[in-house]
Write a protein that binds this ligand. Structure first.
Ligand code: ADP
Ligand code: MG
Length: 371
């Protein structure tokens, strides 16, 4: 196993498109990190840069204690000792399962007897004992992804890289494989970098999650830190469906533009100026009230209560309620229990580099204010 380090890594495509912009990221030996972000945010670019399919335009990539990319220095992918699984096309259809899994060992020149025993034990590990002679075409999508995983792991890679490896699968198979992936990688103590656009998958699986946007890391932290202390409105909205409402801050606190939301001044709130209030669904209370200034626009059932979109004085607000499921068209009253207030110019910013994420969170972002 090994750690992974990216230092000021930027990637620019020949077309001029920015793939990554000055990425600093450290993955500990044995850590499971998830990269999440909207489509086009740079997740695949980051993974391919670690793998060696892309060369950084500037910066340095280190795996374990070995620099694998910096300036003219470049270690090709097959010498980086990594395992990789992609969303699809991961298994060669003209080879049987055993041959597929065996391939990295053949290439490494491992003797035949050892190859067979390692393939057998790897297939057992991913729940496919006895499948060595099967034609991949006869397998389900989930079984094929397990073959891909076995092939990625058979040569005992230093790091496992997964790019949307579960995304093509349907529930409940996907959920099942998610659990297996977690159990397997934790048992083996593997260093994992897992790319997904699925935020609940990222939060559910990883020790730490990095949120990407436009080639930059907006925040890195434990799942708990990211949902309880997002350092930007972007992260709050992307991970937790926060509603963002623009306004101004002065000595009294936050006042929304053309909207009744007011948040009294609290520690950590920006001193003054344009600002953005972020309301987490869990911090909003909506109650049925014929004289209320909000109307239910959608009301979805979830086992944890109703998932609502209410229009509150012209702003669409995501909220959760327990108890009786409100109906579309019902009038409601909205109370905001807590809100985070961010300086508006902080929207596109990443925390300063020399600050720990936690320090950045408490200093820049903001306050949990009671409204
Ligand atoms: P993600 O995996 O998060 O969806 P990507 O890493 O694929 O994002 O893309 C990041 C950015 O780089 C996007 O703006 C995308 O258009 C651009 N990009 C990705 N691959 C290429 C390529 N081969 N040539 C040019 N631009 C690319
Ligand atoms: Mg991608």
């Amino acid at each position: 196993m090994a750690s992974v380090n990216l230092e000021s890594v930027s990637v620019r495509y020949p077309s001029g498109a920015v793939g990554l912009e000055s990425i600093d990221m450290h993955v500990d030996d044995g850590e499971f990190i998830a990269l999440v972000g909207p489509s086009g945010s740079g997740k695949t670019t980051l993974l391919r840069t670690i793998a060696g399919f892309l060369s950084p335009t500037t910066g340095r990539v280190v795996i374990g204690d070995r620099t694998v990319a910096e300036g003219k220095e470049f270690v090709p992918p097959e010498q980086r000792e990594l395992g990789m699984v992609f969303q699809q096309h991961a298994v060669w259809p003209h080879w049987n399962v055993g041959r597929n899994v065996e391939y990295p060992l053949r290439r490494a020149g491992v003797a035949k007897a050892e190859r067979s025993s390692r393939v057998a034990s790897m297939l057992e590990l991913v729940g496919l004992a006895g499948y060595a002679r099967r034609d991949p075409a006869t397998l389900s999508g989930g079984q094929r992804q397990r073959v891909a995983l076995a092939r990625a792991l058979v040569a005992r890679p230093r790091v496992l890289l997964l790019d949307e490896a579960l995304s093509a699968l349907d529930e409940p198979l996907r959920d099942h494989l998610r659990l297996e992936l977690h159990a397997l990688t934790r048992e083996l103590g593997l260093t994992v970098v897992h790319v997904t656009h699925d935020r609940s998958e990222a939060l559910g699986l990883a020790d730490r999650v990095a949120v990407l946007d436009e080639g930059r890391i907006r925040q890195v932290g434990t799942p708990h830190e990211l949902v309880s202390r997002p350092t930007s409105g972007f992260v709050a909205r992307f991970l937790s469906d926060a509603t963002l409402i623009p306004g101004v801050v002065d000595a009294d606190g936050f006042r929304a533009d053309e909207h009744p939301l007011r948040i009294p001044r609290a520690g950590g709130m920006p001193a003054s100026g344009r600002a953005l209030a972020s309301l987490l669904p869990s911090a909003i209370e909506v109650t049925s009230d014929d004289g209320g200034d909000a109307v239910v626009r959608s009301s979805l059932f979830t086992p944890e209560g109703s998932d609502l979109m209410v229009e509150w004085s012209g702003v669409a607000v995501r909220a959760r309620t327990h108890g009786t499921r409100p109906r579309v068209g019902d009038r409601m009253r909205v109370a905001v229990r807590e809100a985070l207030v961010y300086p508006e110019e902080g929207l596109g910013e990443t925390p300063p580099r020399d600050e720990a994420p936690d320090a950045a969170a408490s200093e820049r972002s903001t306050s949990f204010a009671r409204a």
